[in-house]
Design a protein around this ligand. Structure first.
Ligand SMILES: N[C@@H](CCC(=O)N[C@@H](CS)C(=O)NCC(=O)O)C(=O)O
Length: 211
């Protein structure tokens, strides 16, 4: 059985958990908190969560894990059957990762731990965020989900904007979700799914435990 390592305040961990639940894949949850030095570098070479144990060994990086899960259990599908349409879902995920999540993450210290503003990130992160939001507007159909049918892109988006939104609000006074027409609606639909509610409940319960 797959073991999922991480903890429910991690948005990346929550993406993988969401997919495992959606795909009805049995898994064992193993709590691992990076700041508590609990990450095996043999299993997760960058020392990051999430990572999974499979029968063949460990795997880390959320997008890699999501692709792996889709391959080992194609149904219920979280990717379009059409190869090109599936590639477009991955393209959206890359934009979310590189231009939204990683840029907003540069402000997480201020958002979560009251750290000083990351002044060197303020301008260049914003430029990349603007590009990312434009790309999402271009790539998404938002009808009814980000890329049409519910997909990995929706899981990625919901658990990117969950922290990226408040971070940009705090630093820039900027509502980045509102910049992309239809995005809030698809995030709400994603969070309203059974898996979304389960992940959110665990995240809420963890708030008191891990901060
Ligand atoms: N590229 C990784 C990023 C995962 C990541 O940044 N995880 C955070 C927790 S949300 C972490 O492990 N941080 C500790 C560290 O980077 O040392 C992925 O897609 O899974």
């Amino acid at each position: 059985m797959i073991k999922l390592h991480g903890y429910p305040l991690s948005n990346y961990y929550n993406m993988v958990k969401f997919a495992l639940i959606e795909k009805n894949i049995d898994f064992e949850d193993v709590i691992a908190v990076p700041r508590q030095g609990e990450i095996s570098r043999n299993k997760s070479p960058l020392g990051q969560i999430p990572f999974i144990d499979t029968d063949q060994g460990s795997l880390s990086d959320t997008m890699v894990i999501l692709g792996y899960l889709e391959t080992i259990k194609p149904e219920p599908a979280l990717l379009p059957k059409d190869t090109y349409e599936a590639a477009k879902v991955w393209q959206v995920c890359k934009v979310l990762e590189l231009n939204i999540e990683l840029q907003a993450r540069r402000h997480f210290g201020e958002l979560f731990w009251g750290g000083a503003r990351n002044e060197s990130a303020v301008t260049d992160a914003r430029t990349l965020l603007e590009k990312g939001l434009y790309a999402l507007s271009q790539l998404g159909s938002f009808d009814p989900y980000l890329c049409g049918a519910f997909s990995i892109a929706d899981i990625y988006a919901a658990h990117t904007f969950i922290y990226a939104g408040p971070a940009c609000q705090k630093v820039y006074g900027w509502d980045i979700v509102a910049e992309v027409k239809g995005l809030q609606h698809t995030i709400d639909k994603t969070n309203a799914r059974k898996a979304g509610a389960m992940v959110a409940a665990d995240q809420k319960a963890a708030l008191n435990t891990y901060q």
